[in-house]
Write a protein of this length. Structure first.
Length: 119
């Protein structure tokens, strides 16, 4: 993730602050690393404590805030229903790949595909 993209998503929650006695709290890097571990690798929130030294509740709160911020920043352009231009482009892509009239994904339902990625 580039710095400019990172700065678009990060809000005040992810900024490192001092507590009441002046001790620095968790850094933005720790919180974002925990979020990425959960999103990318499926690591449970309580397992982030081992590697990043961050509590389960903080990991979950970081994940919620990160997802909320991503939606806030990118919803208008990327997280919307397709318009007529998008629809035409998706149909053209399907046709170019030998699936005329297809809109969306096949989800590997009717294809024998060794090593098919599964969610």
């Amino acid at each position: 993730m580039g710095r400019s993209l990172f700065l678009c998503i990060v809000d005040n929650y992810f900024v490192q602050r001092k507590d009441i006695v002046g001790k620095l709290g968790l850094s933005a890097l720790q919180k974002i690393t925990a979020v990425f571990q959960m999103l990318v690798y499926g690591v449970p929130a309580d397992a982030t404590d081992e590697y990043i030294k961050i509590a389960k509740s903080t990991s979950i709160e970081s994940l919620k805030r990160f997802c909320r911020d991503v939606v806030e920043v990118f919803a208008e352009q990327y997280l919307r229903s397709p318009n007529a231009t998008d629809f035409a482009r998706l149909v053209r892509i399907g046709k170019d790949h030998g699936f005329p009239g297809m809109l969306g994904s096949l989800d590997c339902m009717h294809w024998k595909w060794k090593n098919c990625p599964m969610a």
